[in-house]
Structures are given as structure tokens and as C-alpha cells.
Design a protein around this ligand. Sequence first.
Ligand code: PLP
Length: 481
Amino acid sequence: MDNLHKLELSKEEMRAYGYKVIDTLVDHFTTQNDKSPVAIASRKEMDDIFQEDVPNLPSDPDQVLDFVTQHVLPNSNIVSHPKSYSFVPGPSNYVSVMADTLATGFNIFSGGWAASPAAAELEIVTMNWLLKLFKFPSKKGGGIFTSGGSMANLTALVTARRQKCGDDFSKAVIYMSDQAHSSNVKAIRVIGFKKEQIRIIPTDGEFKMALNKLKNAISKDRLSGLQPFCIIASAGTTNTGTVDPLEEIGVICKKEKLWFHIDGAYGGAAMLSQKGSKALKGIEKADSLTIDPHKWLYQPYEMGCLLVRKSKWLHDTFVEKPEYLRDIEGNTSEINFYDHGIQLTRRFRALKFYMSLKTFGLEAFRKAVSYNINIAEDVETMLRKSSKWEVVSPATLAIINFRYNPIELDLNDAQIDALNQEISKRIIQSKESLLVTTVLNNQVVLRMCLINPRTTMDHIMETFTACEKFAILILEEQSVK
Ligand SMILES: *Cc1c(COP(=O)(O)O)cnc(C)c1O
């Protein structure tokens, strides 16, 4: 470590350090299934390990690395674990991890064409693959990779507002269902709309946006002199995987001249499977579509994506030309992605998508997504045969919601809620699996999101067995009281 003031390690030190990092990663990839998916630690426990003053003097690189391997890495949930069922898991893949390492290692600036023509080109190429997959116009369409679905939704709504409202959006109104992801309301608030400009449309018994109520809301707003400008449909809600009636909403948008945004951050990837593409019929009608490769396209964080029907819309919305960027404007066919979104300095996200697709091939991704959809259906079939479990929302795009409710016990609603909440609590405390609850129709339910291609029916059965064991314990404890 002679070159400390240049923040350099020697060549030998770099190699040794790098090999150790890779060994740690490979160990993790090959043993993660045997670890526990759950990490639990209090603020105090973390403080006790990590709190210190900023170090003025150097430390041995190996020791710092070992400390991190020992204390930092194990203190997070393993979201790519086969028994990580909750929220939206992040199955990831090793090739993309290495791609991210290369992109970071070379510190590739992915903002403008001139800085990295190949990075911009790979973003264009992979975007074209996605445009084709989602049946968007291949020549005129476009898009941008973002940090995630939240940023993709934000980018979409800024674009929609620019195209439909210009600078005055004081009367603009936007519509989405009560199952739409919270990032949409967050984005709308971030860009300066008032709460009163958001209409939350109720859903029907299957958690789909109720079309009649949507139409009523639009008419009423027009009669009140307001300006309906955008509908956000969900293509796979995070709660239940439900797809809103996309074709019908597309027709309403066309008739009413509204922007049609589809939030497919969770479910969009289902397009890769036959069943999924059927469920997502009408997705190609969107003006803008959010997908989230760091969920069901198996990429590591962070990678979201916004697709638009016309690439020009992004450029029109986001281009600003300060003097110091003037000299590096390429010609129009050479895209500067800083003109298509919010970030100027951007990491090279396209690389991992490109390398993982080239390495495994699209067919492998198709098989993985189909496997995920099918295994959720198998779980549904199994639960329907059991007298102990009740399906609350059927397997839909690899998500299933259910609750423990044995027929013979004849429990009331409050008891069932409490019991299922407690089952989840104990499962997590035991670190057996990451299985949390959600609320559907005011009922506490357990939810599995099965997008990990390495989750098997054996893993799932182990989890159900553990749930039943805890349920019996809980009921016994209650009867003792
Ligand atoms: C996860 C999710 C988002 C947010 O995406 P992030 O990548 O977490 O920012 C938005 N919409 C839906 C439907 C989601 O499932």
C-alpha cells in the first residue's frame, strides 16, 4: 500500500483482493439455498458492531474485507433465496453480477453517446429487444433504463404530463385503482400534483379496476371543468398479480384522449410465457410501460425500465441544453440517454441485461418465467385439496394469497386474522422462510410471490409444514390461556 494518497492498491494486492471477493460471491451463490433467508437485527445490535468515528488512518485491506464479509453481508435478507417468498424477491443471476462488476470497474459513463458509444448502443439494442417482446412500435418506440420501477413510473408521469398538459397542470386529473403500487402516488406527489388531482378507482371482486367506476369518475371530472389526462393500469398488481382490463382501458384512453400508462413493474416479465402473454393482452396499447428487470427478469439491483410508444416523447420532455454540454451533442440517431430521462451521470445498466441474455438465451428466461407461473398454480391446487388452507386470491402471474383456516375449527374472522398474523411472525422469527402477510378485502392473508426459478415444490412444502406446526402450537397456547 505505497500509493495510499492516490487511493491505489498494488497490482498484487488488487488481484488477491479481487479473487477473495469473487470467492466470497461464488461461495454465496453455491451455498445460499442452505442459509436462512431472514436477517433480524435491532438498531442497538447494529450500532454495537458498526458505530465508530471516521477512520483517519489506513487499515489492512484484507481485514476490512473480512469484517464486511463477516458482519455486513450476513445481516441482510437473502432475497434470492428459494424460500424468500415475500414482497417481490430478487432472484438475480451470476452473469449479471459479473457484468455489473465490469461496468463499475471500468466506471463507464452511460449518459451520452460521445462518452461511451458502445454503452449507448447496447441500451438501444436491448431496448429494441424489449420493444419487440412487448409488441411496441420497433422503429419509433424507445425507452430508458432506470434505477427501478419507481423511477420508471416517475419518468413516465413527467412525460405524460408534458405531452398532455404542457406547463399548466392545475386542472389535470389522474386515475388508478386502489391496488396500484404506491410508487405511482409517490411519483405524482413528487412532480407537484395535489392529492385532489388523484382518483383512486375501486377494484372488483378479482382486484381489477372497476371500469364502470372509472368511466363515471372521468365524466364527473369533465363536467366539473377538470382535465382528465392519464390512466395508470396495473399489469400485475404487487398484492395479487392481477392484471387490470388493459384492452378496455386502452379503448377508454383512446376515446377520451388520455395518456395510457401501464405499471408492469411486477408482472410485465410474464410476457415471456404463453400464459403470461395471454393474461397481458392489451399491454401493447400503452403509451408508456414500466417494467422492472431487477424483479422477474432476474437482474440484480438496480435496474428498472420505461418503454414508450414514441422515443421522441422522452426527448421532448427531458432535453435541456446547458452550454457545457453543447459540444458533445451527437446527431439524432446517436442517442444521449441524459436527454431521455432525469439522470445525467448514469451507470451502465444495459450491460448486465445484454450479457445475461446472450449467455443464457431468451429461451432459458422463457422457461424460468413459465416455471414460476406453473409452480404457483401447483400450490393453488395443493391448497384447494387441503381442509386446513383456504385460497384467498388464486395463483396469478406467480403470486398466490391464502390463509390457514381449518374447516373443523370454525374460527371467526378476527381469529383467522390473528392466527395467520402469528404464523407469519413465528415463521420469520424461526428464520425458516420469508413469508409475510398482506391485507385483501380486510382479511389478513399470507402471500407467496414465486418468481425464483430455483424454488421447488419441496421448498414450498417445507414452508407449509412449518406453518402448520406453528399454527398447532399457537392454538394450543391459546387453549391453555
Ligand atoms: C416493485 C413495484 C414498483 C416499484 O419498483 P421499484 O423497482 O421497487 O422502485 C412499482 N410498481 C409495481 C407494480 C411494483 O411491483
